[in-house]
Design a protein. Sequence first.
Length: 395
Amino acid sequence: MKAFKAIFLVLLLLGSQAWSATLSERTYKRLTTIQELMGENKYKEALKRLDALVSRVRKGGYEYATVMQTYGFAYAAQDQYKKAIKAFNEALKTEALPDQVQQSMRYNLAQLHAATSDWKAAARAYETWLANAEKPSADSYAFGATIYAQLKNYDKAIPKIRKAISLASKPRENWYQLLLSMLYQKKKYTQAASVLETMVAYWPDKKQYWNQLSGVYFTLRKNRRALAVLELAHKQGFLEKERELMNLVNMYLLQGIPYKAAKILEAEMKAGRIPRTGKNLQKLGEAWMRAKETDAALRELQAAADAQEKGILFLRLAQLYTDKENWNKVVNLTNKALTAGGLKNPGDAYLLKGMAQYELGKKQGAMASFSKALKYKKSKRQAGQWLNHIRTEGS
C-alpha cells in the first residue's frame, strides 16, 4: 500500500528529532537504519533488524511501541495487512506514543481493515478515530462513507459523503457517484434528482447523467421535466443508441406530441441510428396517424405491414383508407387483416369491410360481413344496426 510508505516517510522526517530525545541512543540509531532500509524498499532486511531489535526493548514501553509501529508500516508496505494490523494494535495497546501518533495509527488501522475487506472492523476503527479527531477532512468523511456503503448501512454512509462533499475545495465526481448510488438504493428519488441536477451542471459532457436525470424525473412522474432533459441531451448529441433515441420518441408520444415524435424518428432513421425494422416503421406510422398526417401514416404503415404481415397493421391501414373513402382499398386490406390473423377483435375488421362493401353498392356482401361481425361481443350492437338499416332499405 503506497500510502503507508508515504506516511511512514513523513513520520520519519517529522519524528526523528523527537525520537532522539525519548529513545535510547542505541534504539534510535537502529531504528534510523531500519527506516533508511525501508526508504530504499529493503523490507526484508528491515524486518530482520526489527526482529533483532524488538527483543532488546522493554515490552509495553515507548521504545516497544515505536518498534511495533515501524513493524506495522513495514508489513503494510509489503501488502501484509493482517500482520500490519496486529503490529499497530500492539503499539496502540501500550498507550505510550503521543496522542497525534496514536490517532494516525487508528486511521491507518481503519484503512488496513478496509484493504482486507473486513468492513465491520474498519467501521469500529474508523469510529474510534473519528471520536478523537479534532477536524476531520473531506477525504476522511468520504472514507467513512465508503466503509458504511460496503456494509449497506446507507443511513450512516449518506450523511458522511454529504459532509465530504460540503468540505471539498472542488467537486469530486466519484463522491457524487457514491451518493447517487446510495440514494437509488434507498429509493430517495427526489434527492437523487437534486444530486443529478448538480452533476449535469458540473459535468455537462457526461451523457449518462442526463439520461439518469430524465429517468429519475420519469420515476417521479415529472414527465415534462423528463422530456425536457432528454431534448437537451439530444440537442447535444448525447443520444446515439437506438434504445436512447426510441426513449425520446416514446416520451414525446406519452406527452401527446406525436408530430415531434414522428419527425425525430424519421430523421434518425435517415441518419441510420434507428433501423427501418417492421416494428420501428409501425411506431413511425402510428405516430403520423396520431398526428393526423394521413398520407405519411399510410406510407409508413404500409411499409410496416409489408415487413411484418400483421393483421392489426392491415386493419389500421384500412381505417386510414376509410377516412379517404377509398372503399376498394378498405375491402382489400380488411381481407388481408383477417387472413393474417392475430386481431384482438376480428369483428372490427368485418364491420369495416361491411361498411366498404355497402358504400360500393355490394349489399349482399355487406350483409354477410355484418353477420360475421355479430358473432363478436364488441361489434355485435353496431353490426345489428347496420343489418337493420340494410333490411329497412330493401323493404
